[in-house]
Design a protein around this ligand. Sequence first.
Ligand SMILES: Nc1ncnc2c1ncn2[C@@H]1O[C@H](COP(=O)(O)OP(=O)(O)OP(=O)(O)O)[C@@H](O)[C@H]1O
Ligand SMILES: Cc1ncc(C[n+]2csc(CCO)c2C)c(N)n1
Length: 297
Amino acid sequence: MELMSHSSTFLLQPENPDAASSSSVSLTYALIVLNQPLPKFTPLLWSHAHIRVCADGGANRLYDEMPLLFPLEDPSHIRSRYTPDAIKSDMDSVKTEVLDFYAKLVLLFVNLNVHVMERIISELNLLDSLQIAITGPYVEGFVVFIIDESKDQDTTDLHKCVAYLRDLTPNTDKSELCILVAGALGGRFDHEIGNINVLCLFSNTRIILLSNDCLIHLLPKNHSHKIFIQSVEGPHCGLVPIGIPCGSSTTTGLEWDLNDMEMRFGGLISTSNILKGDIVTVQSDSDLLWTVSINKL
Ligand SMILES: Nc1ncnc2c1ncn2[C@@H]1O[C@H](COP(=O)(O)OP(=O)(O)OP(=O)(O)O)[C@@H](O)[C@H]1O
Ligand SMILES: Cc1ncc(C[n+]2csc(CCO)c2C)c(N)n1
């Protein structure tokens, strides 16, 4: 069975030497900001990400709360520094004032870079299927796509953002894509469970749900798993079957290791477990959720 490595180096400063030594995984990060209080380490996630997308009301959070993380700096500088690449929205939560802020920049971008804008639109081939407004300028010369999907009331904004990022990623690079989702946990339970369902809907994409206090990702059953624990993770962790019971799970590196054990809701699931060392291994005959607490950030 193929080995899949996991290492939350996106919680470390990019220049941290431990980040390179802990695993050989080389990933391209994308960030999705949800409509929940911004985790305090969002700027760190931002610095690791190559593309950043706000899910509907997530744009309000970025606009309102990012400046609060930099109390000594001018809010408008922070908003320009942390401008998303796209806002995917069913337009029921993002505030007009926030859309206006980005929309105001559109004319500047259009005036300065019409040919670049047209090239990007045609390369992405999005115009026919979606209604798009183009905004900019982004500090580094990018644009913000504000994509209105108000017609679709059957999938969540997170689902739409993940689908968008997967579509943007060439097939050859899809296995290296790792989507970090800020603000996915610790709010309304229907939203939280909807966010977990997105892990299951896109089970062959690396997606990590994050809050200030913990992270969650899927461990697909068709791999054995080696999890490199970072200093900012732990001590608490859990392994939970999702959807169906699991017949057999085996782990190493935990205080209460599983040894060819069955887990099911209504029976045993592994919560309040504790990390013992720097590496955890997991093997299971069904998909499991891995969760670990985040400390010291
Ligand atoms: N309280 C919450 N807890 C966890 N995730 C949340 C919460 N609120 C929003 N989200 C996430 O952020 C995304 C965007 O949120 P937003 O409030 O804009 O969605 P929405 O479609 O307007 O939700 P609803 O209409 O159900 O209130 C959601 O799809 C969800 O993934
Ligand atoms: C069976 C069923 N339950 C709930 C919804 C509602 N819903 C699910 S996702 C979504 C979009 C949220 O931005 C909405 C409104 C539905 N369509 N179908």
